[in-house]
Design a protein around this ligand. Structure first.
Ligand code: ZN
Length: 415
């Protein structure tokens, strides 16, 4: 079935650029956009989003954790709703498209359908989830976790760089942290969740495609590893008598590369510190982070085991001790096969060439997959850059993805 409702490319682009003005300092491609959750700029953007949803004619409500939800009522108001959206908070000096495209694209798609006088059986809800990025308080997916019943109360004790607790930030934004559980939805109320997002990688660009269909989302597992050796004199201690924490760490880091390649996953050490940090002192302590990802939960567990073994081996060899702390553990997940098929059908109907690909970054969709069928549309990112002022997706690609989203929503909400 070919759906003939065409989204307005320029109107979508204008709405993206207008939202980008909030929290940005010029030039935007150098300074970027900073809208950390519930800060002044985020609150301003949230207000603008509510205004836009109301202007379009959506029924807007804000749930108890601050998720902004714009509902377009279907002909059967008791039928479960199709949810679509993303987030409008950003990282420090982030870009125009991460999150915002998913929210504004969903609004454009529904607006187009409303203007054409279309009526669908299922209601569609555009959701802008609170604090996806987690930059301000160190942990993200707050809105989607609350909706899926996964949020823990201790999140409100977290403190930002200015000493403000999440509880205080909630109260300042007229949200009552005590009511967070009321944001949890019944599984029966939701038919599916579909999110359009920039790819944040280079796969689509390399393949020359505007749009991709996500099959799996990698789950991140973060470790903090501390190696303790002995901080002795660099001149007076022979090589065979050392307990060098830095060399032990180096050996483990190279092993992590080998392990990631062996299991076809990814492994990254992005942070490290060496103590005491003197030119003529053997490093007595080395601490580093490890980020391990795989789309297969079992394979990721095997990668983790291999890292533990490698730490054990390196420490034994160099007479060092270690401590491993698990900082984050999110299960990888697969997108719904049914939604993947609907997305493929939409691309076919629109004669838009596409491909299936995996997703390396975390998204609200990862959390929403715990409660409903989930699908994701990826849009080409220029040079794979994101979380950066230079993040860019073209006007045409944003429109193409939004058109695929529209057709997909029509399919999902029709029957
Ligand atoms: Zn995002």
């Amino acid at each position: 079935m070919v759906v003939a409702y065409r989204i307005d490319q320029q109107r979508l682009w204008d709405s993206l650029m207008k939202l980008a003005e909030i929290g940005s300092s010029s030039p935007i491609d150098q300074e970027g956009i900073t809208r950390l959750s519930l800060t002044k700029s985020d609150l301003q953007a949230r207000g603008a989003l509510v205004d836009l949803m109301e202007e379009v004619g959506l029924d807007v409500r804000i749930d108890t954790v601050g998720n902004i939800i714009g509902r377009w009522e279907g002909t059967d108001s008791t039928a479960p709703a199709v949810l679509t959206g993303s987030h409008i908070d950003t990282v420090q000096q982030g870009g125009i498209f991460d999150g915002a495209l998913g929210v504004l694209g969903a609004i454009e798609a529904i607006r187009t359908l409303m203007e054409a006088g279309v009526q669908l059986k299922h209601s569609i809800e555009v959701v802008s989830f609170l604090d996806e990025e987690g930059t301000r308080f160190g942990t993200g997916y707050i809105g989607s976790k609350a909706m899926a019943g996964e949020l823990k109360e201790n999140v409100f004790d977290l403190i930002d760089d200015d000493g403000i607790t999440y509880r205080e930030a909630f109260l300042q934004a007229n949200l009552d942290p005590a009511l967070y559980k009321d944001a949890t939805r019944n599984k029966g109320e939701i038919k599916a969740y579909i999110e359009m997002h920039i790819e944040q990688g280079k796969v689509l660009e390399e393949q020359g495609l505007s749009v991709g269909i996500v099959t799996d989302i990698q789950g991140p597992l973060w470790l903090d590893i501390t190696i303790t050796g002995s901080a002795d004199h660099a001149g007076a201690t022979p090589m065979n008598m050392r307990k060098d924490a830095s060399l032990t760490m180096a050996e483990i880091i190279l092993n992590i590369e080998t392990i990631a390649k062996k299991y076809d996953g990814v492994g990254t050490v992005g942070k490290m510190t060496i103590e005491p940090g003197g030119v003529n002192i053997i490093p007595g302590k080395a601490s580093f982070s490890v980020d391990l990802r795989h789309v297969d939960k079992v394979k990721r567990a095997e990668m983790v085991d291999a890292v533990y073994e490698s730490v054990e081996r390196a420490c034994q060899k160099r007479n060092a001790q270690y401590l491993i702390d698990i900082k984050k553990d999110v299960d990888p997940t697969s997108c719904s096969e049914e939604i993947i098929q609907v997305l493929e059908g939409a691309c076919q109907d629109l004669t838009i060439p596409t491909m299936k690909l995996q997703c390396g970054a975390g998204h609200d969709s990862l959390i929403m997959s715990k409660m409903t069928k989930m699908g994701m549309i990826f849009i080409r990112s220029k040079d794979g850059i994101s979380h950066n002022p230079k993040e860019w997706s073209s006007k045409e690609d944003c429109a193409t993805g939004t058109q695929v989203l529209l057709n997909t929503l029509v399919q999902l909400a029709s029957k």
